[in-house]
Design a protein around this ligand. Structure first.
Ligand code: DQA
Length: 142
């Protein structure tokens, strides 16, 4: 059973981009962390795109290929009805992750379209949020 770990725009620069906010670890470290926190019988497919349509296509693919989605939609969190609609067509668990505590930041980051669908939301735990999300999915699905 495969858990899709989807990452939105600018997260390819994780580790280089505003490290005071997002830390020094890279997306490769996030991938290793997800694998390390994955229960037996589950595997991880970590993907990143700077393009909204690509993320939507991966969510559609997940409908038949994934048992759950962990998603950090990055800036699309706050703008994308289209990603919300795609997630609403996905029937298994969805956990939303933000590395930073979006509620401590600018007001435009306080609203999330994706939270209208997410079964759980994690913010401000740094990249450990991904580990927590993967563990939650594994315990939900047994
Ligand atoms: C983010 C928070 C978003 O507001 C921001 O646009 C990001 C990353 C986070 O992981 O903290 O790109 O989703």
């Amino acid at each position: 059973r495969t858990i899709y770990v989807l990452n939105g725009p600018n997260l390819n620069l994780l580790g280089q981009r505003q490290p005071e906010i997002y830390g020094h670890d890279t997306l490769k470290t996030v991938e290793d962390l997800c694998r390390a926190n994955c229960a037996e019988g589950f595997d991880i497919r970590l993907l990143q795109s700077n393009h909204e349509g690509q993320i939507i296509d991966w969510i559609h693919e997940a409908r038949h290929a994934a048992c759950a989605i962990v998603i950090n939609p990055a800036a699309y969190t706050h703008t994308s009805v289209a990603i919300l609609d795609a997630l609403n067509a996905f029937e298994a668990p969805v956990i939303e992750v933000h590395i930073s505590n979006v509620h401590k930041r600018e007001a435009f980051r306080h609203h999330s379209y994706v939270s209208l669908r997410a079964d759980g939301v994690i913010a401000g735990l740094g990249i450990e949020g991904y580990a927590a999300a993967v563990r939650r999915v594994c315990s939900l699905l047994g």
